[in-house]
Design a protein around this ligand. Structure first.
Ligand code: ZN
Length: 405
């Protein structure tokens, strides 16, 4: 075995022991003891679900004494349940170091960066903020939810301060762009270089088109408050699994068996170096495909396919991810920036912005080729998409959201 293999195995063994001995949740579930700490043993352990974390309470998984907690934050699952996660100073340092190393090819001391994701109770904005600061960049923490800095103030500040880097979701980047364009500004002339997409999984074609509107390049990270810095961008901007901090499995989202190598499935993460909140086989609810990236980094790339609950199922054939449907639709020439898919009025429906009759026909063909179903393809105003996205918050848009305007 290679040195790296030894290191990963040692980390896994230590993390299993730490969780069993120190985390109240895992001690109750698994009992104490060291075990063998191998990947094979790991797959015999039960999966940890969001419901388990929510039921355990804010510090139910916390494996350190309260005095060692440097930060407490929460994620929320798709039902709105809070999922608590504490971090020690060591945890924060490891996350910051991993993020800073990944961002170094993209961001430097001369950059001004806006962080436009929620700061409240969340780890992601603060982790990103610290990594950017560690790289010497200037940081403006506009957040995303505070009435102190509503979207119109963020847009005004982008125009005034001209950040080269914007850390946000694709939807929020589009919303800021629309506000500036409506006010007569030329967003492409504002000097944005890098869009770091944090959350808001979307099709690659949509991410690229959104960044291109600004004259910027899109790079991707993946993670949550429970699993910070789980995927970080390489030099090519693709998110790779952070193998120093996480062991990954990909399983059937409707069961618990592993999917064939290279197939899309639910990402299950085990922390390898978490002091405060060790997680063993945590079901993320996120769909991914582990792929190889052309950049030469041997760590698996995380092709993100959105949430398990956002899959589309036809009468026959396998479920399709919302991202796969979006990619098939928006890869059609003549499409714009938005695509909402789902069932509406009893039929498979896609709603697009900026699509004439020929484009809608071509999109229906592309979706038929992917799914075997007959799709109704409609168009809605781009403003309707922006308003619907603002109302929906983190939830993915469905065709019905466009009909409520
Ligand atoms: Zn890469």
């Amino acid at each position: 075995m290679t040195t790296a293999g030894h290191t990963a195995r040692d980390r896994l063994r230590q993390q299993l022991t730490h969780a069993r001995d120190r985390s109240p949740y895992y001690r109750r579930l698994l009992g104490g003891g060291s075990g063998r700490g191998t990947a094979a043993e790991l797959t015999e352990l039960p999966l940890t679900t969001a419901a388990d974390v929510a039921a355990a309470g804010p510090l139910g998984l916390t494996a350190v004494e309260p005095a060692r907690i440097a930060r407490y934050a929460e994620s929320r699952d798709h039902r709105g349940r809070p999922l608590g996660a504490a971090a020690t100073m060591g945890d924060l340092r490891r996350t910051t170091a991993a993020m800073a190393a990944a961002l170094r090819p993209h961001v430097g001391p001369a950059d001004l960066a806006f962080v436009a994701v929620p700061y409240e109770l969340s780890g992601g904005a603060q982790d990103t903020d610290r990594a950017l600061t560690a790289l010497g960049a200037g940081v403006v923490g506009v957040g995303a939810l505070s009435p102190v800095c509503p979207p119109e103030r963020t847009a005004d500040l982008v125009a005034a301060l001209r950040p080269g880097v914007l850390a946000t979701t694709p939807d929020r980047a589009l919303a800021i762009h629309a506000r500036l364009a409506d006010a007569g500004a030329v967003p492409r002339a504002l000097g944005q270089r890098i869009h770091l997409h944090l959350g808001g999984e979307c099709a690659p074609v949509r991410a690229a088109r959104t960044a291109e509107l600004w004259g910027a390049v899109a790079i991707r990270a993946y993670g949550s408050t429970l699993t910070p810095a789980a995927g970080l961008p390489c030099v090519a901007g693709t998110a790779h699994l952070t193998t120093a901090l996480y062991h990954a499995e990909v399983i059937d989202p409707d069961g618990s068996d592993p999917v064939p190598e290279g197939a899309c499935g639910e990402l299950v993460l085990t922390t390898l170096a978490a002091e405060a909140t060790p997680l063993l086989r945590y079901r993320t609810g996120d769909l991914v495909r582990l792929t190889r990236c052309g950049c030469g980094d041997p760590r698996p790339a995380l092709e993100q396919h959105g949430r398990v609950e956002d899959r589309w199922r036809g009468a026959t054939g396998p479920a399709r991810t919302a991202v796969a449907l979006e990619q098939a639709a928006l890869a059609v020439h003549g499409t714009g920036l938005h695509c909402a898919t789902g069932w509406s009025a009893g039929r498979p429906t896609a709603v697009l912005d900026e699509a004439d009759a020929d484009t809608r026909r071509d999109v229906a063909r592309a979706l038929h080729a992917l799914t075997g179903a007959t799709w109704h393809v409609a168009a809605a105003d781009r403003g309707a998409f922006l308003a619907a996205a603002a109302r929906a918050g983190r939830r993915r848009l469905r065709p019905g959201d466009l009909e409520e305007t």
